[in-house]
Design a protein around this ligand. Structure first.
Ligand code: URA
Length: 216
């Protein structure tokens, strides 16, 4: 797996990351959603450098410009529900993408302390020979991503696979490295310290879905 860490040095990306973490503004769900979207936009720009391009000649009012445009057919798929905010940011840039949605949630079989992942709802195009861009803001244990990845592979074999994560824990990265193929690209905006006993990322942000959609 090829891992791309985006810089956490002084940048507007880091500024937005600081805001989504800040408990003092977590009561402003609209600001949280917008910041997640803006982070998605920045990640989309960085990721665009690894896509495939074709040469084009563009007619301007004053002449012809030889340049390039994206040739990949992109399928943008996010994991419900936290992925929706980031999804919008990616879609602002990859506006011709086909869009897919898939749900994955943790559940505790027989009230067991350990959780498993249930993948349920899915609406996703055929991904054969396309560029699959899977968006999930929080990479904690990595189990949801792997469960979703397996389900997505039933929709064809993509030409390339990019997974975009806003905040990742080292445990999740190690799990993906073990369970996903070599040719996957993993994009990470921020790398945090660890998981806590409930498999939440520390320091992280808390529950991304609740913060975006107002459950307190
Ligand atoms: N999902 C979240 O929303 N937050 C975490 O810290 C881990 C998983």
């Amino acid at each position: 797996m090829q891992i791309h860490f985006l810089s956490e040095k002084n940048s507007i990306l880091n500024h937005f990351l600081a805001e989504i973490r800040d408990v003092n503004i977590h009561n402003d769900a609209m600001r949280f959603r917008r910041n997640m979207e803006r982070i998605g936009e920045i990640m989309a720009y960085e990721l665009s450098k690894e896509l495939e391009y074709k040469n084009v000649e563009i007619q301007t009012p004053l002449g012809i410009k030889k340049t390039t445009q994206i040739s990949d057919s992109i399928v943008l798929c996010s994991i419900l529900r936290a992925g929706l905010t980031t999804h919008l940011g990616f879609l602002n840039y990859f506006d011709k993408a086909e869009n897919g949605f898939i749900s994955a949630y943790r559940y505790h079989p027989n009230n067991n302390a350990n959780f498993e992942i249930k993948v349920e709802y899915q609406a996703i195009a055929d991904i054969t020979d396309k560029c699959l861009l899977l968006v999930d803001p929080m990479l904690a244990t990595g189990q949801s991503i792997v469960a979703v990845y397996k389900r997505l592979m039933e929709r064809g074999t993509p030409k390339s696979i990019h997974i975009a994560i806003t905040i990742a824990a080292p445990e999740g990265i190690a799990y993906l490295q073990k369970h996903l193929p070599e040719n996957c690209h993993l994009w990470i905006a921020a790398l945090d310290n660890k998981l806590n006993e409930h498999s939440y990322i520390v320091p992280g942000i808390g529950d991304a879905g609740d913060l975006a959609y107002g459950i307190k």
